[in-house]
Design a protein around this ligand. Structure first.
Ligand code: SAJ
Length: 410
């Protein structure tokens, strides 16, 4: 049983690793030579708890390897990015490129699974690209020239991927019931959760719905935090009190919503039906407006100093990871550096060794150690609840202006 995983990023590589661990022969494909080399050396190009040991073990046993070119395989799993283009429409070009890479390798009977999060209709689109390139095949099942297309959206939480990949229930949407069954049989090799079969479009929408649900609920918390702030009310106390009600469960406000999922996926619903997605769009806008308010608050305090030094604690998109994609705190740090022309921004991010390019290029931004940043800062801006920030010596914050966007030091 050979499985090829196309795209060895935050989702593709863990998927490849658990499949190889389950006994499949897995050939990963990535466009980046450095990723391919890292994996073939048994290492991992990013931080994810528990991943490296599995990759190292599977590579050593010859069950997992990586290469640039798409190989022949019995099953393909496409796990490539789906960025935006234009007004938050999904750009399916990476999925289409993966499909064009797979097409010439097919001989009939293969399963092709789309894992990338994508708008309703993307699995069909992937199938169309392949069937146009190979018109001798069909998506009708049970024929000698059948191909089986399916969508199996991932729902793992960064930081807990290796656990959730195995334990979470999984939605599997086939373009035919037979495709869904083949997909189920493959995923049953590593997934202990329930495998829930449906059609491809419902599976696509289900994934988007989960993240939109969370986004709308975080927007509620963020909107409350803005109103509470203006009323002089501590929003964390407010939420804690309200959450004592047996049917109320408000999430936590913060400096904005980041990551490549929750801040992105709801837009795919909006772009599928712009007329009737008002709540989902407004939630996105509320969450996207939060960084601007944090910046305003810092600037207000900074006006007291001639050349203010701001310690920006955390630029990852959430706690205890090194993922800086779509990170509101990273953008806040950049904006502050742009506005505080006479000031300095000390970025403390214990999970990275170097600043992202746009920050590194600025003269007034430094990557600093926690202790020295706290010592030098006039203003301490907490943006991410990383563990080392939770446990720091509060004495060090005395005589500083503290802006705690996560309610970590209440
Ligand atoms: N956040 C808040 N307040 C909260 C919870 C989160 O401000 O109460 C912020 C975080 O700081 C972060 C963002 O939201 O910036 C997203 O973080 P997250 O931990 O809620 O979710 P992700 O993006 O890491 O992963 C989500 C998960 N989806 C859901 O919980 C519905 C995960 O299960 C998905 O697999 C993942 O998106 C994905 O890949 O789609």
């Amino acid at each position: 049983d050979t499985v090829s995983v196309i795209g060895l990023g935050y989702i593709g590589l863990p998927t490849a690793a658990v499949l190889a661990q389950a006994g499949k022969t897995v050939i990963g494909v990535d466009v980046k030579q450095t990723n391919v080399d890292a994996i073939n050396a048994g290492t991992v190009p990013f931080v994810e708890e528990g991943l490296e040991s599995v990759v190292a073990g599977c590579v050593a046993q010859g069950k997992l390897s990586a290469q640039l070119e798409t190989p022949e395989a019995d099953a393909y799993i496409v796990s490539v990015p789906t960025p935006f283009m234009g007004d938050h429409d999904a750009d399916l070009s990476y999925i289409e490129a993966a499909a064009r890479g797979i097409a010439p390798k097919l001989s009939g009977g293969e399963l092709i699974v789309l894992e990338s999060t994508a708008p309703p209709g993307a699995t069909e689109q992937m199938a169309r690209v392949i069937l146009e390139a190979r018109p001798e095949f069909t998506d009708e099942p049970n024929l000698p020239n059948s191909l089986y297309f399916s969508h199996a959206p991932e729902r793992v939480l960064p930081g807990r991927i290796m656990i959730e990949m195995v334990d979470n229930d999984r939605i599997i949407g086939g373009m035919s019931p037979e495709a869904a069954e083949l997909n189920r049989d493959l995923y049953a090799s590593f997934c202990k959760g329930e495998l829930l079969l449906t059609d491809a479009k419902t599976a696509e929408m289900a994934k988007l719905t989960e993240n939109a649900f969370r986004d709308v609920n975080i927007a509620f918390a963020n909107e409350l935090s803005i109103i509470a702030d203006r009323q002089g009310i501590d929003v964390w106390e407010l939420i804690e009190l309200a959450n004592h009600h047996p049917r109320v469960n408000i999430l936590q406000p913060g400096p904005g919503v980041g990551g490549h999922c929750i801040a992105v996926d709801p837009w795919f619903i909006v772009s599928a039906d712009r007329r009737f997605s008002n709540l989902i769009r407004t939630a996105r806008e509320v969450n996207d407006s939060k960084p601007e308010l944090v910046i305003e608050k810092v600037m207000e305090k900074a006006a007291r100093f001639k050349d203010p030094t701001v310690a920006a604690l955390g630029i990852a998109f959430k706690a205890n990871i090194d993922d800086l994609r779509e990170s509101p705190s990273r953008n806040i740090a950049g904006s502050l550096a742009g506005k505080l022309t006479d000031g300095t921004v000390l970025v403390v991010e214990p999970n990275v060794d170097e600043l992202p390019k746009e920050l590194a290029e600025r003269d007034n931004v430094e990557l600093a150690e926690l202790d020295s940043a706290l010592e030098r800062a006039d203003i301490v801006l907490l943006m991410v609840d990383h563990d080392p920030f939770k446990t720091l010596d509060r004495e060090l914050l005395q005589e500083k202006i503290v802006i705690d966007t996560k309610g970590l030091w209440r």
